[in-house]
Ligand binder design. Structure first.
Ligand code: ZN
Ligand code: ZN
Ligand code: FE
Length: 764
């Protein structure tokens, strides 16, 4: 007597070939029944011999497609009802939308083999994909994930593609974006005024020529335009920098394969796996020599950001050009990436010589993700293509909460059930374009997940555009809003990613965040959990002349710490590089600001302490981008130096306690006078901070210590602090797929918001 097994599988199971997999498995075991996609996940019923059913049940879970993420399973055994054969049923659009949208997936090996095979009908076709690879998040318009709900809806399948699409044994069975040269999107090369230069394969050849003659190409990719040029050509890279108004910030490179990557950078096995992963992010890697690419690619940086092609178009372009290419977001510096070819004509025309475009619309933007390997694992620094919008799972069902992040590197977050969906990287909310992108991403998320927030969470800073927007939105929609302190959000974000309830000591170090006392925080030790925190300790505050203006001038931070310890006399110490970097008149003005405190706000910023030390070591007096001086300091540090200064940071008791860096500064100046080289001093500085962190953690006595905030993008600091704390017996919590910088803030805001709501309801 047969049985019937019903299974409901939730998670990222759409767009990964789950249904064909079920079909093949069921038919191979001689089972009948059906499988169905709906907006909540995959549903199936199989009936037949109980032994075969058990085998099916086991193998569905153990042999699921590699990209599937199963997050929930309901099953029941029922009486058979006499199904004949096995069917794949059409999607059902009812129910609540809890299915996960997959990120875009880099071209798989099977598809790559096809486009390089002259006998294959997809030979050189740049939009080839299958159920295991291709665009997802950037083409989905609605759920469920079916072709009519994607930007492929305008492309009617040809007979051959339809046959593949309908054949359960084909690897393109229900591959929603499948296409071929006969029926799919086409390439075109345009002049900068939008006239067609060439189409199809010829357009690709034109693009390769443009690159090889040293011009700049705008290439429409998966989640937006890249600006590209030949990375070996100094003039070309220089031209791109000038046109993009981006002076020093390193450019990422795209190379054709792992072998090409190995010729430019040191590639560990972990780095190779990451480069070739389905996420295909930009990986920051130690560069081999300075000469392999133009100096202007990453001036003075010991690392290169490398990525491999993520789409057939990029594979073909890299092969045609056969050179490493600069591949930077198609935008003016710090603006959101451009996604539409007509918009590109107006926004990018001044920057490029030729456009390489296609007619598959991009539904939403996604920049390239950036990942660095540190403390033995990949750490996402910019979370976008390949990662967004996969959710962070949480232990408890959450109310719907929208969180808008802070100001820099913004990403928003939305909780639905036991998932917190983290948006793709949006950017710094400094321009009208960025604010538009911010509003667009929020509207998009609310629509996709049909979410009606019960609360909106934002940063405590009263002046951030995201705060103002959130407060207005709350009033408009009649819901409460909640301000979450910046570093508290960092701590909770790290707890949430690690599935740790807290309490923990959060070492939350970054450049800037609005404190509960109205001063600028940034070197914080917060003890707490999602429900709240106490400020256990912080770095000794100092006055920063010029406030935010000082962010681009490490020399100001240096003068500020000198003044804090030695008073006005320090400003005449001509032996120190940051003092020399100012004229006597400027110094007088700065002294006045520091004495009166006028336009010189108090800060505990760890980021500014890095700046100050970088300036004192003569590494950096002015910077062109955020974090540049800290990166220079990290890069300068001699890895063989493991000494620290004795008692560099002193923990002064109090509530909060004060971690005083005065002894560190004095020791640094002593060593400088003695002529100890900058490499050793930079390392000693890092080691001393690690000492200070360890001592503070011991004083706090929390078993869990979270390392979070933008400063922990610094590999040396992260690795040495994590190692020391572990050795002392602490459980150390680190970020992995959620950035430690402000790109991870919204996750913490959501969880703080959830606890706040719970509390409100308890009272109400
Ligand atoms: Zn494929
Ligand atoms: Zn076709
Ligand atoms: Fe921050």
């Amino acid at each position: 007597m047969g049985k019937r097994l019903r299974m409901e599988i939730r998670g990222a199971v759409q767009g990964v070939g789950f249904r064909p997999f079920v079909y093949r498995l069921a038919t191979s075991l001689g089972l009948s029944g059906w499988v169905l996609n709906d907006i909540r996940g995959v549903f199936l019923e199989v009936e037949g011999d109980p032994e075969q059913l058990s085998a099916f049940r086991e193998r569905v879970l153990s042999e699921a497609p590699a990209r599937a993420r199963i997050q929930g399973l309901n099953e029941s055994w029922l009486d058979p009802i006499g199904y004949e054969g096995f069917q794949i049923r059409t999607s059902d659009a009812k129910g609540t939308k809890t299915v996960l949208i997959l990120p875009d997936i880099a071209t798989c090996q099977d598809c790559l083999t096809e486009i390089l095979d002259p006998e294959n009908r997809r030979y050189l076709y740049p939009f080839t994909n299958c159920t295991n690879c291709g665009p997802r998040f950037t083409i989905v318009r609605d759920l469920p994930y079916d072709r009519p709900n994607t930007t492929m809806r305008g492309f009617a399948l040809c007979q051959e593609c339809r046959a593949e699409y309908e054949n359960p044994l084909d690897r393109r069975f229900h591959a929603q974006p499948t296409a071929c040269p006969a029926c799919g999107p086409q390439l075109a090369a345009w002049t900068r005024s939008g006239e067609v230069l060439a189409r199809g394969d010829e357009a690709l050849a034109v693009a390769a020529d443009v690159l090889l003659r040293g011009d700049v190409l705008a290439c429409k990719g998966l989640g937006g335009f890249h600006l590209m040029c030949d990375a070996r050509n100094e003039a070309a890279v220089g031209r791109l920098r000038a046109r993009k108004a981006r002076e020093d910030k390193p450019f990422a490179l795209m190379v054709r394969d792992l072998a090409a990557a190995r010729s430019l950078a040191e590639i560990s096995p972990a780095a190779a796996a990451l480069l070739e992963s389905a996420e295909a992010p930009i990986v920051l890697l130690p560069r081999l020599g300075e000469e392999a690419v133009a100096r202007a690619v990453a001036p003075g940086r010991p690392e290169l950001g490398l990525m491999l092609p993520a789409t057939p178009l990029h594979h073909l372009l890299l092969r045609a050009a056969s050179a490493p290419l600069v591949a930077t977001s198609g935008n003016l510096s710090e603006e959101p990436i451009c996604t539409d070819e007509l918009e590109a004509l107006s926004r990018l025309a001044g920057m490029v010589d030729v456009f390489l475009v296609h007619d598959r619309p991009i539904e939403r933007h996604a920049d390239d993700s950036v990942v660095r390997i540190a403390a033995g694992a990949p750490r996402v620094l910019r979370r976008a293509r390949g990662y967004a919008p996969l959710p962070v799972p949480v232990a408890e069902e959450l109310p719907v909460i929208l969180a808008v992040g802070a100001h820099m590197k913004t990403a928003v977050a939305l909780s639905v059930g036991r998932h917190v969906f983290l948006s793709q990287h949006i950017g710094d909310l400094e321009t009208p374009e960025a604010m538009n992108a911010f509003r667009r991403v929020i509207a998009d998320f609310l629509r996709l997940y049909e979410a009606r927030p019960a609360l909106i969470a934002h940063d405590l800073h009263p002046g951030y555009p995201s705060t103002l927007w959130a407060e207005e939105w709350a009033v408009e929609h009649g819901i409460p809003s909640l301000a979450v302190q910046h570093h508290h959000a960092h701590l909770v974000s790290c707890l949430a990613e690690n599935g740790a309830p807290g309490p923990a000591l959060g070492v939350t170090w970054d450049g800037t965040g609005y404190g509960t006392d109205g001063t600028v925080w940034g070197g914080e030790f917060l003890r707490g959990d999602a429900g709240g925190f106490t400020r256990f300790a912080h770095l000794r505050p100092f006055r920063l002349p010029g406030g935010e203006a000082a962010v681009r001038e490490p020399r100001r931070a240096a003068l500020a710490v000198l003044f804090e310890v030695f008073g006005g006399d320090a400003l005449s110490r001509e032996d120190l590089p940051p003092v020399r970097a100012f004229s006597p008149n400027e110094r007088t003005l700065l002294a006045q600001m520091l004495e009166t405190g006028l336009n010189a706000p108090l800060t505990t910023s760890a980021g500014r302490l890095f700046d100050a030390v970088a300036a004192l070591l003569g590494l950096s007096q002015r910077t062109r981008y955020e974090g540049q001086a800290a990166m220079a300091l990290e890069a300068a540090a001699d890895p063989r130096e493991d000494a620290a200064w004795p008692l560099p940071l002193v923990l002064r008791e109090g509530a909060p306690a004060l971690l005083d860096w005065e002894p560190l500064l004095r020791a640094l100046l002593e060593d400088l006078k003695r002529g100890v080289n900058a490499g050793r001093l930079a390392a000693r500085f890092h080691n001393s901070l690690v000492d200070g962190i360890a001592r503070t953690a011991e004083a706090a006595g929390e078993a869990h210590v979270a390392l979070t905030g933008g400063c922990f993008q610094n590999r040396l600091l992260l690795e040495r602090a994590a190692e020391r704390l572990s050795a002392l017996g602490f459980t150390v919590l680190l970020h992995r797929e959620v950035p430690p910088n402000d790109g991870g803030i919204s996750l913490g805001q959501v969880l703080a918001g959830a606890l706040y709501l719970k509390h409100l309801h308890r009272i109400g």
